[in-house]
Ligand binder design. Structure first.
Ligand code: ADP
Ligand code: MG
Length: 342
């Protein structure tokens, strides 16, 4: 769903390296494209004859997820909801209800910094399906787009008969881009479990989840890369132990406008792209979906507030800030527990 229209970023889809750093011959590596990014599944102890069927099953599932959540596909369930301009509850799938519920929850816990209703602002700044602006949006344009946003205008209704999504602002436009990769990653993990596979490393774009061990019997190693769009140097390595991880970074998905770097992360309060010195936020959580929601919220909040919230909520967080020419990293105690030192 995070269709990156910025050429620089097409290959540098994420700040995490979901490759097992010590691949072994017995590992099966499957790859493909989805949601404008790449997916990768590395498996240990799986018979080579299953390769084709697994590749097909994964691609099919991811295409279906994209067909539900994408704001880039006019026919997706989400696009239909976004086009609808009324207040009557609209039927949605259980999956969609889960994602939106998780998003609203994290939205509230970040004081609205993670806000899936920022769609009109994302589009105004050129990170949605609409084109990049030729000029910096005006104060009036920003105010008009901002008036169409707000988490308080969106509700999930759960009943025994099904799930509905309701808005009380006709122009409300939901953008699940920031959680789609995490959701799809969790969904891949569930597919592996259903297939009876217990040792896997799965990723979609910048969201990763791993369980079990690699073919050598060692922990899967996930690397957090150094925050630069030039090199692929490793900053830290973790063993996820069945958790999800996601990174939000302001240094990969951006463009320049009027001589300024425009980040794709928008501060819902100002209606403008973030500009502070926090350049990347990585979160490990029970699910990749949660990690993918939190990382964006922390990015919006900036270093000081992100640290305070990580400590208050006992989150596993790794932050990288740019101080002058130097990159300074910080991690919460919960994050340190996942670090690998070899
Ligand atoms: P990345 O992994 O590429 O850094 P993120 O997970 O941080 O991406 O998601 C960024 C995307 O989320 C943007 O392209 C935009 O569509 C959407 N977005 C931007 N600002 C916000 C926000 N404050 N809350 C929720 N979604 C946002
Ligand atoms: Mg995110």
């Amino acid at each position: 769903m995070r269709y990156r229209n910025i050429p620089l970023l097409i290959t540098a889809a994420c700040a995490l390296s979901a490759c097992d750093l010590s691949p072994v011959p017995q590992a099966m590596v499957l790859e493909g494209k989805t949601m404008g990014t790449v997916w990768r599944v590395t498996l240990a102890g799986v018979d080579a004859t299953r390769r084709y069927a697994l590749q097909q099953a994964i691609q099919q599932q991811l295409d279906a997820d994209d067909g539900t959540l994408s704001t880039w596909k006019p026919d997706s369930m989400l696009s239909q909801f976004n086009r609808y301009q009324g207040e009557a509850p609209q039927p949605i799938s259980a999956d969609m209800a889960d994602i939106v519920t998780a998003a609203l929850h994290i939205g509230a816990q970040t004081g609205g910094a993670m806000d899936i209703t920022v769609g009109p602002l994302v589009n105004l700044w050129g990170f949605g399906p609409t084109k990049q602006p030729a000029q910096t949006p005006t104060v009036a344009q920003i105010a008009a787009a901002k008036a169409q946003t707000g988490l308080q205008h969106l509700r999930v209704i759960e009943t025994a008969q099904g799930q509905w999504l309701q808005k009380d602002l006709p122009g409300l436009y939901v953008d699940l881009s920031t959680m789609g990769e995490g959701y799809a990653t969790d969904h891949l993990a569930r597919l592996m479990e259903r297939e009876g596979i217990n040792n896997y490393l799965v990723s979609v774009g910048g969201a990763v989840l791993s369980r079990g061990q690699n073919a050598q019997g060692n922990p899967w190693r996930v690397a957090i890369q150094k925050p630069t769009d030039r090199e692929n140097a490793v900053q830290a390595r973790v063993d996820l132990q069945g958790h999800g991880i996601s990174t939000s970074g302001s240094y990969r998905n951006y463009y320049e406008l009027d001589g300024k770097r425009i980040s794709h992360v928008i501060d819902p309060v100002t209606g403008r792209p973030i500009e502070h010195k926090l350049v990347s936020a990585t979160v490990i959580a029970t699910t990749a979906l949660e990690a993918d929601g939190w990382d964006t919220g922390l990015m919006v909040l900036g270093s000081d507030k992100a640290k305070a919230l990580a400590l208050k909520q006992h989150l596993a967080v790794y932050l990288i800030s740019k101080e002058g020419d130097r990159f300074i990293s910080w991690m919460s105690p919960q994050f340190a527990a996942f670090l690998l030192f070899d």
